[in-house]
Design a protein around this ligand. Sequence first.
Ligand SMILES: *Cc1c(COP(=O)(O)O)cnc(C)c1O
Length: 387
Amino acid sequence: MTISNNSPNMTATAIPILDLEPEIDALWDELNAAFQRVLRSGQFIKGPELDAFEREVADYLGTAHAIGVNSGTDALVIGLRALEISEGDEVITTPFSFFATAESISAVGATPVFADIDARTFNLDPATIEPLITERTAAIMPVHLYGCPAEIGPIMEIAERHGLTVVEDCAQSFGARFVDANGGDGMAMWHGKQTGTVGAVGAYSFFPSKNLGAFGDAGLITTDDDAVAEHMRKLRAHGSLKKYHNEEVGYNSRLDAMQAAFLRVKLPHIEDQNAGRRRVAETYNRLLENVEGVVTPLLTPGHVMHQYTVCVLDGKRDTVAATLKAQGISTMIYYPVPQNRLPVYADLNTPCPVSDQRASEVLSLPIWPQLDEATISHVVDALTRAL
Ligand SMILES: *Cc1c(COP(=O)(O)O)cnc(C)c1O
């Protein structure tokens, strides 16, 4: 497949950043059966579909409690509230994430404090966390960005030493696992565990473009703590576990039965889907190996490649993106403005030089589990020419 710059059929051969159709086609009959089952059941909120999904996903993730909510953002907010994080508290997090990460901290009345990132993994650099700890610090919130597990060992060690809780933002890392480089020699309690099951609370998003995506908004919170789980169940239902017995101000945050039924169809395929993403990333990395001017992502163990993100060096990122766009190849920039640079945090002026640098270089290329080698090769050729 070749597309010349002046091809009249550019739209016919356009390459999106993400194509959900192959998976929908493959699961068409099962999804339709789930849809009809819920329609006929007459139970659209709560009920057996949600109960079954919560059990199945808790089993898959290896967590005691999995609680469905309306979105990943709500999962973070309710998780923080259930841990009693509130006004006066500081939460150390990464600047290099979607705004929902810091927004959730602000939403509960606490203050986000931005540490810097590691230039190769794009995740929190543990060495930048400790200098920011004050007597107000209550928690650390790592994000497993692009599906890459954060450095949980050092993060948990810092948290334990200072008596802090850890809330994991797993919106981009469903199915990712922490893998100890030493193979888990018995010291690393977190070796082999799913992201979101090591910190006090894990927050997941099933936004349609995430690795496990619903067909609408949905999210999930995990915890091994029975009391925290009960508090989260209360908060998602207007602060009540018993009808007309509201004990505190909560939220209307539900994972509806239809989305739960769709997610139950998709969950058994997540390992295959994530393996497909890793295959695509391996192909990209191989084809880009000798291309000057781009840094390819580290395919760390346990990474689920939510995004395939390269760094385009020498100030060429935006022209490269525009050149690819003109050839019908979609790319995205996650994220052009780090959270600490957003207008809402103009008064929180933490310097995060690595994050600033990467924000000017990152470019996410098309990736989905079924993306074929010919298309990947076409994207790589276009990228190489654009450089
Ligand atoms: C998508 C995302 C969220 C928010 O999830 P929603 O379901 O869209 O509310 C939070 N954090 C990160 C890192 C995300 O990518």
